[in-house]
Ligand binder design. Structure first.
Ligand code: UD1
Ligand code: MG
Length: 450
C-alpha cells in the first residue's frame, strides 16, 4: 500500500482566524491594563516629540510577542488537524498499522520558526533593558536563523536564482548560488529585524510598517490557495516548472500551485494572521498621541516573523520587495550606521513646540569632516536626499540632515505634524507594496519566461 499524504488542512485557516480575533482583543485589553506595571518596572520612555513629559510605558511589544507566540504554540495541533483526523480513522480501519505518514518535516518547520521568534523576543527585550551595542546585536539574528536554514537545507531547498532573459547568454537560465544563498537568507533575518527598528521615533511608525508588510504577505499567500472560483494568475509566475508539474497531484483542476506550495503559504498565513491581529490591537494604543511604546521587542519579533515566513515558505525575494521603504531608509542611513557621519542616540525629527510641526533634525560638524564624509554628503545632496549647510566663505560643510527616510520626507514635502508624517510613511509603505505586486506578477513575465 502506498503511504497516504493528507491534503493541506484548509479548515485550520478558520481556526487561525478565530485565534487572531482572540489575539486582537487580548492585545487591545492587556496593553493599557499592564501599562502601570511596565512603568513600575522602569520600562518607560518620554515622548520626544511632545511638550508633555508624562512617562509612556515602553517595550509593550513584549505583550504582543507573548500573546503571539503562545497562540502559535496553542495552534500546533490545529495546524496538523488533517493528519490527526487521518490517524484516527486509519487506526480503526487498519488495526493500528498506519498508512498515513506524519509530516515531521512540517513540524520541524513550525518548531524552528518558533525558536527564531523566541530568540528575537529575547534579544528585543534585552535591547530595551540594556541598550545593546550595534556590533553585539547584529550577529544574533544571524545565529537565530540557523535552525531555519537547517530545515531549509533538510528539504533540499532551492538555492538557484533564475537569470533574467537579457543576461541568459552570459549566465545561463539558472545560477546556483549554493552557500551564498544561505548567507543571503541569514542576512535577511538581520535585515528584517533591524530595518524596522531604525525606521522609528514617531508615534505608530514601527507597528504600521509591520502591519502593512504583514497584510501584503497575506495577500501574496492568498494567491496560492486553491480557490474554488477561477481567478488564475499565470501559473508560470507562481514558481519553478518542477513545482508546477507536481501541481496536478493533489487536487487537479482546482489548485494553481503544487500541494507543497499551498502548504507553505498556509504556514505563512498561520504566522501572519495573528501577527496582523496583535499589530492592529497595539496600533490602537500607539497611534498619535501614543499611550504605549512598542520598544525594540516589537520591531525584532515582527521582523523575525517576516524572515521566518519568507525563508520557510520560500518567497524571500518577494518578501524583500515589501521592504522598499526600509531598504531606502537603511541605504540612506549607512553613512551614519557605519561611522562616516556622526550618529546621535536619537535621529528623530526636530519638534517645534510653537507650531507643533516637525522639521528635519541636523547633525552638526564640530570640525571639518574627513574627505570621504564630504564626498558622500555631497553625492547625497546632489541626489536630493539630504540638505547641507555650508560655510559661506570656506564652503566647508557645517551641518546635514540626519540620514533617515522621515527626515527625507520632511525635507522634500516641508514641515508637517507627527500624525501627517506617519500617514506619509504609511502611504509610502502601501505604494511600495503595490509596486512589489506589479513587479512580482506583472513585470516578472517580461523579464522571466517562467
Ligand atoms: C532607533 C533609531 C533612533 C531613533 C529611535 C526611536 C537608529 C540607528 N536608531 O534607535 O535614531 O531615535 O529608534 O525609536 O536609527 N520614541 C518617541 N516616540 C515614538 C517612539 C519612540 O519619542 O513614537 C522615543 C522614546 O523616548 C522611546 C525611545 O524613542 O523611549 C525608544 O528608542 P529605542 O527604540 O530604544 O531606540 P533605538 O531602537 O535604539
Ligand atoms: Mg527601537
Amino acid at each position: 500500500r502506498p503511504l497516504l499524504d493528507p491534503a493541506p488542512p484548509l479548515p485550520a485557516l478558520y481556526t487561525s482566524l478565530g485565534f487572531s480575533v482572540f489575539a486582537f482583543i487580548s492585545t487591545l485589553y492587556l496593553v493599557p491594563a499592564l501599562g502601570p506595571t511596565f512603568v513600575k518596572a522602569n520600562l518607560k520612555g518620554r515622548d520626544l516629540l511632545k511638550t508633555y513629559h508624562t512617562p509612556i510605558p515602553e517595550s509593550q511589544g513584549l505583550i504582543c510577542a507573548a500573546i503571539y507566540i503562545l497562540l502559535l504554540m496553542l495552534f500546533i495541533p490545529f495546524a496538523f488537524s488533517n493528519v490527526i483526523m487521518n490517524f484516527a480513522s486509519d487506526a480503526k480501519v487498519h488495526e493500528g498499522i498506519s498508512i498515513v505518514q506524519f509530516p515531521h518535516y512540517q513540524l520541524s518547520v513550525y518548531l524552528s520558526s518558533l525558536l527564531s521568534l523566541l530568540i528575537a523576543t529575547l534579544l528585543g527585550f534585552l535591547d530595551d533593558v540594556f541598550d545593546i551595542r550595534w556590533r553585539h546585536k547584529l550577529p544574533i539574528p544571524i545565529i537565530a536563523s540557523i535552525p531555519l536554514l537547517m530545515v531549509y537545507y533538510a528539504e533540499r531547498g532551492n538555492t538557484n536564482v533564475v537569470v533574467p532573459l537579457p543576461l541568459r547568454s552570459i549566465f545561463g537560465t539558472l545560477v546556483n548560488l549554493g552557500p551564498l544563498y544561505y548567507i543571503y537568507m541569514s542576512l535577511l533575518s538581520t535585515f528584517a529585524t533591524n530595518s524596522i527598528n531604525i525606521l522609528a521615533g514617531i508615534n505608530g511608525s514601527e507597528v504600521i510598517q509591520a502591519l502593512i508588510i504583514a497584510l501584503s504577505v497575506i495577500l501574496n499567500d492568498l494567491l496560492y490557495l486553491p480557490w474554488p472560483v477561477d481567478f488564475r494568475i499565470p501559473v508560470h509566475l507562481l514558481g519553478s516548472k518542477a513545482e508546477i508539474e507536481f501541481g496536478g497531484v493533489w487536487s487537479a483542476g482546482m489548485a494553481y500551485g503544487s500541494k507543497e506550495m499551498v502548504e507553505r503559504h498556509l504556514f505563512s498565513l498561520y504566522f501572519m494572521l495573528p501577527l496582523v491581529a496583535v499589530c492592529l490591537g497595539f496600533l490602537y494604543h500607539n497611534w498619535y498621541p501614543a499611550r504605549a511604546f512598542p520598544g525594540d521587542t516589537l520591531c525584532y519579533v515582527t521582523g523575525m516573523a517576516f524572515a521566518v515566513v519568507g525563508i520557510q515558505a520560500h518567497f524571500s525575494k518577494t518578501l524583500l520587495l515589501f521592504f522598499i521603504p526600509q531598504i531606502f531608509n537603511f541605504v540612506l542611513s549607512c553613512p551614519q550606521l557605519f561611522g562616516l557621519v556622526p550618529c546621535p542616540r536619537h535621529r528623530v525629527p526636530r519638534f517645534d513646540a510653537n507650531t507643533n510641526l516637525l522639521h528635519p533634525s541636523k547633525v552638526l560638524f564640530q570640525k571639518a569632516p574627513p574627505k570621504l564624509t564630504k564626498i558622500t554628503l555631497r553625492i547625497l545632496a546632489v541626489l536630493g536626499l539630504t540638505e547641507l549647510t555650508v560655510h559661506p566663505n570656506t564652503g566647508e560643510i557645517l551641518e546635514c540632515n540626519n540620514l533617515t527616510i522621515l527626515n527625507f520626507f520632511l525635507f522634500r514635502f516641508g514641515p508637517m505634524n507627527e500624525k501627517r508624517l506617519v500617514q506619509v510613511l504609511m502611504c509610502s509603505q502601501v505604494s511600495g507594496s503595490i509596486f512589489a505586486f506589479v513587479v512580482r506578477y506583472g513585470l516578472a513575465g517580461l523579464v522571466y519566461d517562467g
